[in-house]
Write a new protein. Structure first.
Length: 364
């Protein structure tokens, strides 16, 4: 089917920056903070506001808008291949990303994803996916654990009249960051405090709506900021405790459990990640034996379990060393290094508990 287009061409300059705030409002605020009574000094609260206003006045209000990486074809294919390799069970999120990546490319704008809520059982890799996504898209990344967030002021600041008050996480990210469209992860949003007196989600009612987020105002510092380009990603195990208005503002994507073939692929990726990043990783062969990765994929159901078993596997394997380093050969974990599995269900996958005969560790 031919591409449908209008009979005229509209062109716009590339969108690469965003003015975060109006500098004239900073000047007005500085004027209001100057003590009008002769001989009166600023109190602690006024001094904190003055110092922050001076910082904003002396620094540019412009932030970059991270776009999509050219060239068109290789840029997207590289990201897609990476996500499919590491997170094959996140295909629904990858599809959303693909659509908005292409929109940003053809419109020559900064990347703008809809707010996304990753819903799924524990251990599926939702948090790791968000961090890796920010890395692939070259976005600044801020992690916020909502399970430990007790009130909305963590996001939107506390009134400066309170002792030890300071700006919230969103203000700090935008003002001190380089980008106007960073990725902010709200991890375990369903586990935040449900005390209605200190609702940790209250700032999101405006922040998740583009037209209201353009005039986001932190409670500590009375300056409207344009927070409309933030990329929001949240994770949750259940929707039961998440208010319906928050759900309606986000694209809720259910992350499924990976299949056994996908777990086999994930096991190899996680092993390589451990070998590359852990301080003890240099002891091991960079490639995991296929028989071992197959066994791990059978006995583990989630990426979290796979990582835990692989760490145990490496710990058992290193105990077979007879001499300390340096050595001439890298360690290769074997089936004998698999940790004991006490769950009765393991036997259904062809495994038995370790006994005095090492050959009984793997019966498949």
């Amino acid at each position: 089917m031919p591409l449908q287009t209008h009979p005229f061409v509209r062109t716009f300059p590339p969108e690469t920056t965003l003015d975060l705030y109006d500098p004239l409002q900073i000047e007005s605020l500085l004027h209001r903070l100057v003590p009008h009574q002769e001989g009166r000094e600023m109190n602690q609260s006024e001094r904190a506001l003055w110092n922050l206003a001076e910082y904003l006045f002396k620094n540019p209000q412009t932030r970059s808008l991270q776009g999509v990486s050219p060239p068109f074809l290789s840029g997207w294919i590289t990201i897609q291949n990476e996500l499919q390799q590491q997170f094959p069970h996140f295909e629904a999120v990858t599809e959303i990303l693909r659509d908005h990546w292409h929109l940003a490319y053809h419109a020559r704008t900064g990347l703008q994803l809809p707010p996304i809520l990753l819903l799924g059982e524990p251990g599926l890799g939702k948090t790791f996916f968000a961090a890796r996504l920010a890395q692939l898209l070259d976005l600044e990344y801020r992690y916020l654990s909502m399970a430990t967030t007790t009130a909305g002021f963590v996001l939107s600041g506390m009134d400066h009249s309170w002792s030890e008050a300071k700006p919230g996480q969103i203000f700090q990210q935008l003002v001190y960051g380089r980008q106007a469209n960073p990725l902010v992860l709200l991890d375990e949003i369903d586990k935040r405090s449900t005390d209605i007196r200190y609702d940790a989600l209250s700032p999101l009612y405006s922040l998740l709506e583009g037209h209201t987020a353009q005039q986001f105002c932190d409670e500590f510092f009375p300056l409207p900021l344009d927070a409309s380009r933030i990329q929001w990603v949240a994770t949750a195990n259940t929707l039961a405790s998440i208010p319906e208005p928050i759900q309606s503002r986000m694209r809720v994507v259910t992350v499924r459990a990976p299949t056994q073939m996908e777990r086999l692929q994930i096991a190899g990726n996680i092993y390589q990640d451990l070998v590359r990043k852990q301080p003890w990783g240099w002891l091991f062969d960079p490639e995991l034996d296929t028989r071992v990765s197959t066994a791990v994929a059978e006995i583990c159901q989630t990426p979290r379990e796979i990582r835990q078993v692989l760490e145990q596997l490496c710990g058992h394997a290193v105990q077979r060393l007879q001499t300390p380093y340096p050595r001439t050969h890298a360690l290769q974990p074997t089936l004998q290094d698999l940790p004991q599995r006490r769950q009765p269900a393991v036997a259904a996958f062809g495994f038995t508990l370790k006994t005095q005969q090492p050959s009984q560790v793997y019966a498949g």
